[in-house]
Design a protein around this ligand. Structure first.
Ligand code: B4P
Length: 192
């Protein structure tokens, strides 16, 4: 089973690369950002709780996102593998994911981290904000808050996978297809 954690700060290109990876490898895409936006769209209690936090650039509580991922793993028992996009975002989420996968006799194949500097992230998100309608992309202050949350709470997740020898970082700046090729090269080493 191929289980990839696609990692990087907000706007690094995780969603963009995930779309290409699901086509090539036939994996199930689990984006906690997309799942949360789905809950908001449907107006669920969970969505209402998440919206306030997301709009201000704060992470949603671990318990909420871990529960969503657990449900999705259960609903896709026959999957060839998963791309985890935007999850895990805290060390507690990473530990929970390991436990969920162990209970299914599976494990993470590796993490690929997309490296992009803060100025480029801010530009990309502001640009997307012009057309996406996402409140968290429209405001430079909220974007900076998201990057700060990433540095404080999410960056340590990289160490979690480094300690397991499952971490690779690649340059996330450049043509989307070039970055995709770099990701595929890393995955090829796992499949050998
Ligand atoms: P997410 O939806 O995960 O949002 P993201 O980090 O902004 O997206 P991504 O990195 O995928 O960017 P993309 O490819 O789209 O999270 C939103 C919020 O949800 C969080 O702030 C948090 O509140 C909450 N949340 C989600 N998961 C959570 C969790 N596990 N725990 C707690 N809270 C959670 O790229 C961005 C832009 O760049 C696009 O416009 C794209 O076209 C462009 N782009 C991509 N690649 C490019 C390239 N190579 N060159 C130029 N532009 C590029």
């Amino acid at each position: 089973m191929l289980n990839l954690v696609l990692f990087g700060p907000p706007g690094a290109g995780k969603g963009t690369q995930s779309q290409k990876l699901i086509e090539k490898f036939g994996l199930i895409h689990l984006s906690t950002g997309d799942l949360l936006r789905g809950e908001i769209f449907e107006g669920t209690a969970l969505g209402l709780e998440a919206k306030k936090l997301m709009d201000e650039g704060t992470l949603v509580p671990d318990k909420v996102v871990i529960g969503m991922i657990s449900n999705k793993l259960d609903a896709n028992k026959d999957a060839k593998g998963f791309i985890f996009d935007g999850f895990p975002r805290t060390v507690a989420q990473a530990e929970a994911l390991d436990e969920l996968l162990i209970s299914k006799s599976s494990s993470i194949s590796g993490m690929i981290a997309l490296e992009v500097n803060d100025a480029e992230l801010e530009n990309r998100l502001l640009l997307r904000g012009k057309s996406s309608g996402r409140p968290d992309d429209a405001n430079p202050e909220v974007i900076r808050k998201r990057i700060k949350e990433y540095n404080n709470k999410t960056a340590p997740v990289a160490d979690f996978y480094k300690n397991q020898n499952k971490y690779t970082s690649i340059n996330g700046i450049g043509e989307v297809n070039e970055i995709f090729t770099s990701i595929c090269d890393v995955i090829a080493t796992w499949l050998k």
